[in-house]
Unconditional design. Structure first.
Length: 99
């Protein structure tokens, strides 16, 4: 399998000074997807942005994996509400332009 877009979790543990168990917890919660190739664990590079947010929440605010799950669920809800608000604004603008 091509590991071109994958990042070795061991390197992330070293770089961010975090335990491997933290990654396992995040995967158990469904927050990240770990790919295992020949007993070596990787994460896709597209997940790094969210992962960095999770690590900051964990380090700076001492939030555990369950708390991070709650925070990310709330952020998803906020994004959805913003999309709905923009949709309603666009429809309202169309209505206002007709009159």
């Amino acid at each position: 399998m091509d590991t071109h877009n994958l990042i070795l979790i061991e390197k992330l543990c070293s770089h961010y000074e975090i335990e491997l168990s933290f990654f396992d917890e995040l995967e158990t919660m469904g927050l990240i997807e770990i790919k295992t190739i020949k007993k070596v664990q990787f994460i896709h590079q597209d997940s790094i942005s969210d992962l960095e947010k999770m690590i900051r929440l964990h380090h700076e605010l001492a939030i555990n994996a369950e708390g991070i799950d709650v925070v990310f669920n709330l952020l998803k809800k906020v994004d959805k509400l913003e999309e709905e608000l923009n949709s309603v604004r666009n429809r309202l603008q169309l209505f206002e332009n007709d009159y």
